[in-house]
Design a protein around this ligand. Structure first.
Ligand SMILES: C[S@@+](CC[C@H](N)C(=O)[O-])C[C@H]1O[C@@H](n2cnc3c(N)ncnc32)[C@H](O)[C@@H]1O
Length: 372
């Protein structure tokens, strides 16, 4: 059995759902609320798996199993073997003080062995990918069974920041999905299928965030939007991605203007997946309008889902981010209509995933549907 620790991003439930979707056969346990232990019968190709994930920031691999008595010796040997100039030791289930004391003792022994080294104090989830990368730090995580894991993959924080902040076409007022959430949604739709053989449609494509994250995985992407400006902007962003951010040329994309409730006749390709964040209604709505807005949006979403059922194959997945509006006294969800309507032609696979940020007035409920 091969064991790994996945250090999750800000929303651990979504990150966990992404892992379960991509590797359904893996056994997952949670030694910490932001860390998942994954046992796999086969060894995982971490660089290629890691690059597909939106919800994981670091992956550590089991190096060896130690014991209370042997731990310090084993850590010293591991760090000496690698001539670690910078290191960090993170004892899960222990206090920061205990990690600090162990690090100090280990450091002293390394110095006694002629290794000039320094340690970096961890938080409860270790040190950041930025520090690991910039300081070439060896990070070891020790669980309560004295398993020692070494971090061997960290996410490419520069390319995530570039795609989030440097794409040429942005529309802050109509909302843009964070790229990491877009990637997680794509992975919830792809599951354990080969992304290279799939075609994905985003019928509310906006600035193309979802299409960009899908295209980077070798998926053929199609986008549409009611607004001609957004169609042009999405094309600009996909060209920018192809020229600046992709390791390999992207597959040619199609983007056209259409109402999401009536686009079937403009599609030439068979669609395997729909991943989308539909319109959230007016920007900054007043409190007394929230109920009407939520009601109106549900009608639009219902019309769109009914239309998509006309051309999706059986078992095709739809992953959709539906808004939850927070008023002063109550919240308004917009996903209720899905369960209330048995004749929509979809099974609900998940509706328990919520994306939120501190103080956000709009949360997003990520719903995963499967065409019957
Ligand atoms: C929340 S934005 C999508 C943002 C996108 N996920 C992104 O990251 O840029 C919703 C989009 O839906 C479009 N839209 C609104 N009503 C529509 C409709 N009936 N059919 C198609 N697109 C529509 C808007 O023009 C807007 O670009």
């Amino acid at each position: 059995m091969n064991s790994y620790l996945f250090f999750l991003g800000q929303n651990s439930l979504l990150s966990q759902a992404e892992l379960t979707s991509l590797i359904p056969e893996a056994k997952l346990t949670t030694p910490h609320q932001s860390i998942i232990k994954l046992d796999s019968p086969t060894s995982l190709d971490l660089p290629s798996l890691g690059c597909r994930l939106g919800g994981t920031v670091k992956i550590a691999v089991l190096k060896q199993t130690s014991s209370a008595k042997q731990l310090q010796d084993d850590l010293v040997k591991l760090l000496l073997d690698q001539q670690a100039k910078n290191f960090s030791l993170n004892l899960l289930d222990s206090t920061n003080q205990e990690s600090y004391e162990l690090s100090n003792e280990v450091k002293q022994r390394l110095v006694d062995n002629q290794l000039r080294t320094r340690f970096i104090a961890p938080t409860s989830t270790g040190i950041s990918p930025v520090i690991i990368t910039k300081q070439k730090a060896v990070e070891l995580t020790i669980d309560s069974d004295f398993n020692i894991y070494q971090t061997t993959w960290v996410h490419s924080f520069k390319s995530w920041i570039n795609r989030d902040r440097r794409k040429p076409f942005v529309t802050p007022k109509s909302g843009m999905l964070p790229p990491k959430l877009a990637r997680i949604m794509v992975n919830l739709a792809v599951g354990d299928k080969d992304p290279g053989g799939l075609t994905l449609l985003d019928p509310f494509c906006g600035t193309g965030t979802i299409l960009m994250e899908a295209a980077l995985q070798g998926i053929k992407v199609i986008g549409s939007d009611l607004s001609a400006d957004k169609v042009a902007g999405t094309k600009t962003n996909l060209d920018w991605l192809d020229e600046n951010q992709a390791c390999a040329p992207l597959k040619p994309a199609t983007v056209f203007q259409a109402n999401a409730t009536n686009l079937k006749d403009q599609l030439v390709d068979q669609i395997d997946l729909i991943v989308t964040e539909p319109t959230l209604g007016p920007a900054s709505p007043s409190q007394d309008k929230l109920s009407d807005i939520a009601h109106g949006l549900q009608k639009l979403y219902l019309g769109a889902l009914k239309h998509w059922a006309l051309f999706l194959k059986p078992q095709a997945r739809v992953v959709i981010a539906l808004p939850i509006f927070h008023g002063q006294n109550r919240s308004y969800t917009t996903a209720d209509f899905i369960d209330a309507r048995e004749n929509l032609g979809y099974n609900t696979l998940r509706n328990d995933l919520i994306f939120t940020r501190p103080g956000a007035q709009i949360e997003r409920q990520i719903v995963v549907l499967e065409k019957q």
